[in-house]
Write a protein that binds this ligand. Sequence first.
Ligand code: GLU
Length: 308
Amino acid sequence: MDKEKILKVLNETLALGRKDIPLGEVADYIPELGKADKNALGIALAGKSGNVYTAGDAESRFTIQSISKVISLCVALESRGYDAVFDRVGMEPSGEAFNSIVELDLVSGKPYNPMINSGALAIVDLLLGKYTFTELLEISRKLCRDDGIRLDERVYRSEMENCSRNRAICWLLKSKGIIENDVDEILKLYTAMCSLSVTACSLANLGLILANDGVDAISGERLLSSSTVRVVKTIMLTCGMYDGSGQFAVEVGLPTKSGIGGGLLSVVDKYLGIGIYGPSLDKKGNCIAGGAMLRRLSSEFGLHIFAP
Ligand code: GLU
């Protein structure tokens, strides 16, 4: 497809997504997030040639939130290994909300997977002491090909002042011996990772690395191992969209991770990374317009992982 055709498709897709914006709500349980412009919407597509195609607010900065769980999981798998990660966190969909606490005091008490808050907090515990926030920021910049990524101090402070639920999750994990470090230190690093300011373009670039087996398509440098990338994409497919993951996998069929700040990171395996920003969220906490846009792109271009 030539550039003009791609841009036409992206703009049509954006117009379709816009129709769903009024049906959603901006997350406001972190007060600073509630200030986002509900009508903002952008999409970016990163292809292996190095071209990034965009429409709408693809350069607007917003906080990565839960999509940082993908980065933390990649780093934990690379540095601590598969066994250390899955000794403490499962790999099953939870069927519960992202910040659920109920299941932690049942059965094994192990968080269901690394894409929900409890699992991500346990992963951050593995990273603490091994990586400083500055080092993780550098890794995030490299994986996203975006030196503009910074800590959004306002969102960070706002979340730190309103994180009783994540604090409760940490204490429960601590009581079960699943995490070892100081709860405050875990919360600070987890929240800082959630407060990285990215754009739809940064997410598309990260998606491309995952689509391209962990290799930076432009420089040729391998940034992540094949095995890490395989695990991460599988968990994104089964658990990346909170308790809407099953339906999303059926309807769209692309490994995707959402964040409560309105971001979506999506992978068209072997071909493309897709990044979306739209802070109006559906009831499950996923970008409502982004869901519609990905459904359209997947069906029109046969992108579903099991497309014939
Ligand atoms: N920082 C948010 C929290 O821990 C992330 C939630 C999300 O994006 O799912 O509540």
